[in-house]
Ligand binder design. Sequence first.
Ligand code: ADP
Ligand code: ZN
Ligand code: ZN
Length: 748
Amino acid sequence: MDLPYAEVIIDISHSEVDRIFHYKIPEKLLSHIQLGIGVLVPFGAGNKRINGYITGFSHEVCIPEHKIKEIWDINHPVPLFDIPMLQLAHWMKEQYHCTLIDCLHCIIPSGIKTTCKKLQIASVHPDVEHIDDLCREYKNSKKLLSQGKILELLLENGPMPIKELKSVLQISSSSFQTLQKKNLIIVHEMEISREPLSHKRIASTTPFIPTEEQEKVLSHVEKLLHIGQGETVLLHGVTGSGKTEVYLQLIQMVLDRGNQAIVLVPEISLTPQMVNRFLGRFGNRVAITHSRLSQGERYDQWQKAKSGYVDIMIGPRSAVFAPFSSLGLIILDEEHEITYKSEITPKYHAKEIAQKRASLTGCTVLIASATPCIESYFDAQQQKIHLATIKKRTSIHALPSVQIIDMREELTQGNRTIFSLQLQHEIKANLEIGEQTILFLNRRGHSTFVSCRKCGYVMKCKNCSITYTYHASSQSLKCHYCGSKTPNPKICPACGSSYIKYFGTGTQKVEEELSKLFPHGRILRMDNDTTTGKHSHEILLDQFSNRQADILIGTQMIAKGHDFPGVTLVGVLAADLSLHLEDFRSAERTFQLITQVAGRAGRGALAGRVLLQTYDPMHYSIQFASRQDYVGFYKQEIKIREQLDYPPYTNLFSILLIGEDERKVITGAYQLHEIMRYYNKKQQCILLGPVPSVISKVKNQYRFRIIVKCKDILLLKKYGYYCIEKWKNIYKSSDISVQTDINPMMIM
Ligand code: ADP
Ligand code: ZN
Ligand code: ZN
């Protein structure tokens, strides 16, 4: 009988090798070769060793038999994907215009090469005498040099993993074997634990009796689970309405049906509190991934899902690819979060992947938020997806009362601090009765910048044209795009004046001023600077929830997910800062942020109040947010989107040209624009630009942007990529790179 050929996708992301290659299957491997496994193959003229993946089999090939090479070996015998996942990858390739291997890399866990759970540790044999001399002697000998280097490192560092030694010294295993035979080193195996949850002991919880509204949502989704046709439901529930409890009970239904569930959570709300609620209900049936896991840990979580050891996967965006074989439900918590969209190729949105998996497998998708993304709510209004609503909070208290404070009046009254008089008064009152306060600094897009009072010069990074951020702790200026640092100037570089002033407010500044006002208040600060350690998030939040502090100051990080029953006051320090982002979604972002933070107040037995400080009190996003009126906001915002022709009424295709030579980038951008105009004969698309991007320079690379609008997304993609290809054929140079994004979440 004829043996089939294996279809192999090789592990190189390049459009020229983005296709199937056929290989012969050697007799000895025949019984082990199957779809989804990793293989080692000879590739190209020089027969380079390349990793590949089996994506299928065929009996006929259109190249001559003798030219077909043979698979060398198997390097991952357990399948890394199945047919539905391969279908998903093919769909992604079309959808996001990238190579198949790019898509497979999303599906295949990144730690596959670190499957070994036993670590081999080498150390110098304790009985060897004059080891230093021996080491020196070896190092002087050409033949024994590698062995000498190993001894030297072990003498310097003590016992080390062989894997690490190998990669540091770039040497093969044979040197270790020789040293071992000579009794100069000993190698022992160490069990390494990669159990990220192992330090936890969580008390188990039982389900609440659902409220009437929760019950309605549960039975609605239960019906869809039963039908199993891949439907999507948007759950719009105010903050504190018991959405998480709904997830827990739905997951129980899914498990009872013998299926599995994925819960996607934005990375910043993947807090211990959040995780514990799932562990408390489902114990070791749960696996968790997040970006701080090592590759090996991530692989283990993947493996657990694959082998059926767990039924629930919780994690950020990438967890949407969890390899469950009979998926019942995918939940996207806080579905409006921009982090659900990948910033690197393939630029997928977790919601789109979830919905595609649903259409391939029949599982149900639940997307949920107190402030749904305008596009999602629009889809629900159009009845493309189902809508479920929870209007009431579960706690005895209604939503907190919100008061807007006009900061312009504070200024005219002579109050120049960051805190309005009323906020100061309320913080003081809270301190006196021992209740907790959260101060939220809206910093998205803005930070402390340094400028000259006399001439107005603003200190900017020379590489990125981004305003420098002032860091009080090191008295320096730092660029948050490229990381470059410079000392704080004493005089203005432009006019020489010494009136240098810090504008805007950072969390450090808030902390400083606050401790001046309330020297006895116990203050915690949570931002990028205070949360760099592996468990620092957890520690800070624990301290606050154990009431070891009175006031928590923070940025976006504290805006969501956390449930602090002791918090009765939330102060939003600059509610309107995010209104000035150069982005059509800035009103939506502001509404979302304020609503989410306000929702932190009054979640326990005590009523909550919120003070919104703003310089723009009449703006509709501030007004609707202060009333926690999502539907009102939606109605106003959707009108504006329609008038100005923005998503969801149209689609945007963003094209970014990036290069070191500004003149070339500009010329290239105009060339491309010209080509696009030529092929837009029927005027079906609207061309905007080319313009310097909002961030016009990053790491010495200039950035110009063209935006194309079109109601028909298929036409838009076809047209956009076609024009770019045409341009590349004419331009023929690699000094400008092109990045594309369809319906971007941020245009920066
Ligand atoms: P959300 O996720 O919508 O912000 P949560 O699920 O965190 O809301 O619920 C808020 C609080 O109400 C939590 O402390 C939760 O334990 C509690 N809760 C949820 N559902 C119920 C219920 N049916 N009965 C009583 N308490 C509930
Ligand atoms: Zn920079
Ligand atoms: Zn100046």
